[in-house]
Design a protein around this ligand. Structure first.
Ligand code: MSP
Length: 512
């Protein structure tokens, strides 16, 4: 069997009932930035996302529209693909849980658990939220009757269900959280999960008989699997579980599984227990980010605050969209979106700090050097040494992306961009040009364009489109996609005589 050789990361699979909003975009962009970052670091990457298409909620929505559930999900599916292309998402696969490559393997996996005695039949009574597709115990309800997530009345249900012996795994899970603190991140979520498990785990229902829009239980076709068990398995079915052992071995276990903090119980308790039961390795890390809030509330379709990514991309462009959320909000914490703060980021960070820098420098190479990168004839002096040190900190700082601290990585990078701006200001190439000091002018412009080259590579995971446009202006022969961190972001690798082009502004003034 081949060894694992692929960095494997996942997003949750989304309910296609919802029109994609910026909350969904948030997880997806963060995962994409990490996927691109890992590729830049030289890893082979497999990045999975998809849609969660079974369950009562979907069946109800379809019935309301007078459609079969399959017609309903087929019709909505392209909107999710539209979101991915709108946001420049470089996923390697997209799984739909209605695909046979998934459903057949869900049956295989659950059969293994059944055969091992980890699944049994019993009757379940409890409060159920159809929107979460989950049962809640009484003390989790708001005002004794509302779902804690949706604030809608729960239903009392009694059903004959198959149960998974989750309670058997409590001790192993507690040992896991303690022995592998990186398994659930950030730490606040690990503590939350740990106290949930410590307070006592009940066995959990894994099947439903009240509707049939799901994967049939292979040993009892009156039942379909509960949508969460079906859904969680996408992470293994999509990469060859039970179907392509070689491909599976190269990817599993996942390196990072991204989720919103609403999903920790499923991903940090049920999911590892299922894997333990099946004898599979556990993911290295489940990372739960915070919520995007609008007006202080979790943004969602049901509270009418859902903002579509296209509304922002149309105005700010995809690069600003991708940059803004990661720069503005500490990954892992909740954060508020506002139009004004996004506008400020666009104008200050992107148009002024980065866009103007590129524009000025390339304009000067155009007018003073006929558009070709000059020889750095004069020796590097104090100004260059200081800039090199500042760039070194920015380059090293980007390694914060390894820890998923995107905000810190970007802050450090922008400190570096600020240093390049100050360098240009201080060296005043327009003065060197006037004085006819071609040696110093060459040194200064070479150093500045070389810094732009480094910046283009460093911004590429976050702003692939702007990075490509900047790269094109630099007239380099090597492809941007062939650049690696840290080898390609060392100073001085810019070839002399590269033909640069000022071209259009990287971040034009916002309209309206
Ligand atoms: N289908 C399940 C997940 C199954 S994974 C095996 C589901 N889907 S969902 O579409 O409702 O939400 C999925 C994810 O979208 C959340 O975990 C979170 O990552 C993201 N978000 C949805 N609303 C969000 C915000 N307001 N803010 C940030 N992320 C949010 O749950």
């Amino acid at each position: 069997m081949p060894a694992k050789d692929t960095y494997y990361l996942t997003t949750p699979i989304y309910y296609p009932n919802d029109i994609p909003h910026i909350g969904h975009g948030y997880t997806t962009v963060a995962a994409d930035v990490l996927a691109r970052w890992r590729r830049l670091r030289g890893d082979r990457v497999h990045f999975l996302t998809g849609t969660d298409e079974h369950g009562e909620n979907i069946a109800r929505a379809a019935a309301k529209r007078g459609m079969t559930p399959q017609e309903h999900v087929d019709e909505i599916n392209p909107r999710w693909h539209d979101m991915l292309s709108l946001l420049d998402i470089s996923n390697d696969d997209f799984i739909r849980t209605t695909e046979t490559r998934h459903t057949a393997r869900v049956q295989d996996f659950m059969q293994v658990l059944y055969d091992r005695g980890d699944i049994y039949l019993d009757t379940y009574r409890g409060a159920y939220c159809v929107f979460c597709e989950a049962y809640y115990v009484a003390d989790e309800l708001v005002d004794g009757q509302l779902c804690p997530v949706h604030r809608r009345p729960v239903e009392q249900r009694e059903q004959e269900n198959y149960f998974f012996r989750l309670s058997h795994y409590a001790d192993q899970l507690l040992r896991l959280y303690d022995a592998e603190p990186s398994f659930v991140q950030p730490a606040v979520r690990r503590n939350e999960v740990r106290s949930f498990v410590e307070s006592g785990l009940q066995d959990v229902s894994v099947s439903r008989v009240s509707f049939d829009w799901g994967v049939p239980v292979p040993w009892d076709d009156k039942h379909v699997f509960y949508v969460w068990f079906d859904a969680l398995l996408n992470y293994v079915t999509a990469i060859g579980y039970g179907n392509d052992p070689g491909a599976f071995a190269r990817r599993w276990p996942a390196d990072v599984q991204f989720i919103g903090k609403d999903l920790i119980r499923f991903h940090c308790v049920y999911w590892p227990a299922m894997l333990l039961a099946a004898g599979l390795a556990l993911p290295e890390q489940v990372y739960a980010h915070g919520f995007l809030l609008v007006g202080g509330e979790k943004m969602s379709k049901s509270n009418a605050t859902g903002i579509r990514p296209a509304e922002l991309v149309d105005h700010f462009g995809v690069d600003c969209y991708r940059y803004y959320f990661l720069r503005e909000i500490s990954f892992g914490q909740d954060g508020s979106f506002s139009w004004e703060s996004m506008e400020a980021r666009y104008t200050t960070d992107l148009a002024n700090d980065l866009g103007n820098l590129a524009n000025r420098v390339l304009h000067m190479v155009g007018t003073y050097c006929g558009g070709t990168v000059p020889e750095p004839a004069a020796a590097a002096g104090d100004a260059e040494a200081a800039l090199a040190a500042d760039l070194r900190s920015a380059i090293d700082g980007m390694a914060a992306f390894d820890r998923l601290d995107f905000k810190k990585g970007l802050e450090d990078l922008w400190i570096g961009i600020g240093a390049v701006n100050r360098y240009v200001e201080a060296r005043a190439p327009w003065r060197l040009h006037k004085q006819g000091d071609t040696g110093e002018l060459g040194r200064c412009l070479y150093t500045s364009v070389d810094a732009l080259r480094i910046i283009a590579v460093l911004i590429s995971p976050v702003m692939p489109d702007a990075a490509a446009r900047l790269w094109d202006k630099l007239g380099l022969h090597e492809a941007l996609s062939a650049q690696r961190y840290p080898a390609s972001v060392q100073p001085g690798l810019l070839p002399v005589a590269a033909e640069v082009e000022r071209g259009k502004l990287l971040f034009p003034k916002l309209e309206g």
